[in-house]
Design a protein around this ligand. Structure first.
Ligand SMILES: Cc1cc2nc3c(=O)[nH]c(=O)nc-3n(C[C@H](O)[C@H](O)[C@H](O)COP(=O)(O)OP(=O)(O)OC[C@H]3O[C@@H](n4cnc5c(N)ncnc54)[C@H](O)[C@@H]3O)c2cc1C
Length: 507
């Protein structure tokens, strides 16, 4: 195994894994380390939208919105299993933004960037449309419906890592970069295995700091460089409740404080509600949804819907920290969502490029730009060309409208799968679902049943192909089966996985 790389990337979030994929596909030798599980940082705590960001138009972020709008269809095409179109209902709230302003914003949204497949905005009469039914009776008469996409954020990260690996990258999870030093014109990186404590060293021409909320800490603490840019940590929380309504559209609710809250159909039986914006200090990994945030989210739903949503109805909540570039905005909600790079290559030293900000939606463009910034330090790089937008992510090798056909073909080849099971596998693994199911002819051939359609065959696949190490990796990141499994079932899965790992270590 080599310890010499063109590129060493710190951080297995969407940005680190996106850069690794792009670089490996350009023929670079790539190393990526992630101190915990892939997507265990901010990248699994998002609202899970591939969206232009209607709200950012109010802050004149036209560059960002245009790029993000264009990315919606690009990403949908390369990952049609984990990304799907979603229609959003925007009720007009008398007393908040006037209808003409909403119409103008949505006109721009429809026309700023690259919409070819997604349907355009339309006006709604909420007195008669099905989407008016769950809303407070008589209060909302007019509304608009527009398009964006939903994404399984954590799986997007893993699929980028998997593709990078298949193109030659080395991906090491549960490995923290603890020291980075200049050595003979390149970087010497000391790594620590988070499980065994074992240390190792690798060398790289270029270091990319994609440590998300830890970007500053890594640069100042581990590399020893004082960043010129600052990161602004902004916490955002979500709650999940049993589904609030039966149709398949999301709502975008305007609040009196100028913020917006989404309600999104989630995992068939639930509604995802978020998010909040508050400045955050402390360990990013320790962010928890506060009671105040939960009350705020429930209150904003209760303001619009006919039913009163009580905090006691929340079945799950999560919180993440946005690693935003600090542009000096006074309020957290106004801080830019765009990304900024900082390159440090003083005195002929090997360069370190740090990533500030960014969105799930823009990770692919961010990756391209990151590589352009360091191209001159990498003799072999093919710096032009945008290959990642035209190559499917693992399992995504089918048409954007082909998911139903894929589900049907799984059910015909594996008749023992229920529709719900086949659908879940197709949405998670796309064409690779068949790889996971192999030659199984009966349900029993899939091995142990861990509950909620999770089988031994799937767990083995996730451990062998997707770096899953613990039950938490599987039930909260590779899937969201944590919503359906009991604590006892999760504990049993964890014990089973520990035995498997021990067996492999002995073999
Ligand atoms: C509440 C909320 C809602 C959001 N909603 C959306 C949305 O709907 N759509 C959208 O496009 N974007 C959204 N975003 C933004 C998006 O989630 C983030 O911008 C993105 O996930 C950041 O990815 P990242 O790779 O930079 O950081 P991260 O995902 O945090 O990855 C950084 C990784 O670096 C690792 N790391 C740190 N230090 C070290 C070290 N020394 N050694 C090894 N590894 C290390 C960490 O463990 C972490 O996994 C949202 C963000 C939040 C918080």
């Amino acid at each position: 195994m080599t310890s010499e790389f063109d590129l060493a990337i710190i951080g297995g979030g969407v940005n680190g894994c996106g850069i690794a994929r792009d670089a490996a596909g350009r023929g670079l030798s790539v190393f990526l380390c992630e101190m915990n599980d892939l997507a265990s940082g901010t990248s699994s705590w998002s609202t899970k939208l591939v969206h232009g960001g209607l709200r950012y138009l109010e802050y004149y972020e036209f560059r960002l919105v245009r790029e993000a709008l264009m990315e919606r269809e690009v990403l949908w095409k390369i990952a049609p299993h984990i990304i799907h179109p979603l229609r959003f209902v925007l009720p007009h709230h008398a007393g908040l933004r006037p209808a003409w302003l909403l119409r103008l914003g949505l006109f721009l949204y429809d026309h700023l960037g690259g919409r070819k497949l997604l349907p355009p905005t339309k006006s709604l009469d909420l007195r008669t449309d099905v989407t008016g039914k769950p809303l407070a009776s008589g209060r909302f008469t007019k509304g608009f419906e527009y398009s964006d996409c939903a994404v399984d954020d954590a799986r997007l990260v893993v699929l980028n890592a998997r593709d990078a690996l298949e193109r030659g990258a080395e991906i090491r999870t549960r490995t923290r970069a603890i020291e980075a030093r200049q050595r003979d014109g390149r970087w010497q990186l000391t790594l620590e295995d988070a499980v065994t404590g074992a240390r190792s060293t690798i060398f790289a021409r270029v270091l990319i700091n994609a440590a998300g909320p830890w970007v500053h800490e890594f640069l100042a603490g581990t590399v020893g460089v004082n960043a010129r840019a600052n990161v602004r940590l902004v916490q955002g929380s979500h709650v999940v409740v049993p589904k609030l309504y039966d149709h398949d559209r999301a709502y975008i609710l305007q609040n009196a404080d100028g913020r917006i809250v989404f309600t999104i159909p989630y995992q068939d039986d639930y509604t995802l509600i978020g998010t909040t914006d508050r400045d955050y200090e402390g360990d990013p990994a320790a962010a928890k949804a506060t009671q105040e945030e939960i009350n705020y989210l429930c209150a904003s739903v209760s303001e619009y819907f006919a039913m009163l949503l009580r905090p006691s109805q929340v079945v799950w909540g999560y919180s993440g920290v946005r690693p935003l570039y600090d542009d000096g905005a006074s309020e957290a909600k106004a801080a830019t969502r765009d990304y900024v790079f900082e390159l440090d290559a003083r005195d002929g030293n090997a360069p370190v490029l740090s990533v500030f900000g960014g969105k799930i939606t823009t990770y692919r463009k961010l990756s391209e730009e990151a590589l352009e910034r360091v191209a001159s330090y990498l003799p072999k790089i093919e710096s032009s060309g945008s290959w990642t937008g035209g190559a499917a992510l693992p399992g995504g090798e089918f048409d954007v409208h082909g998911l139903d056909a894929l589900i049907a073909s799984l059910q015909s080849r594996y008749p023992f799968l229920s529709k719900a099971h086949a659908t879940r596998l197709a949405r998670a693994y796309g064409t690779r679902a068949a790889k996971l199911l192999g030659e199984a002819a009966t349900a029993a051939d899939l091995g142990a049943d861990f509950g909620a359609t999770l089988t031994e065959a799937e767990v083995r696949y996730l451990m062998a192909q997707e770096w899953a190490h613990t039950a938490e990796d599987i039930v909260w990141r590779r899937s969201k089966l944590g919503l359906r499994l009991s604590p006892d079932q999760v504990a049993a899965l964890d014990r089973w996985m520990a035995r498997e790992r021990a067996g492999h270590a002995l073999a």
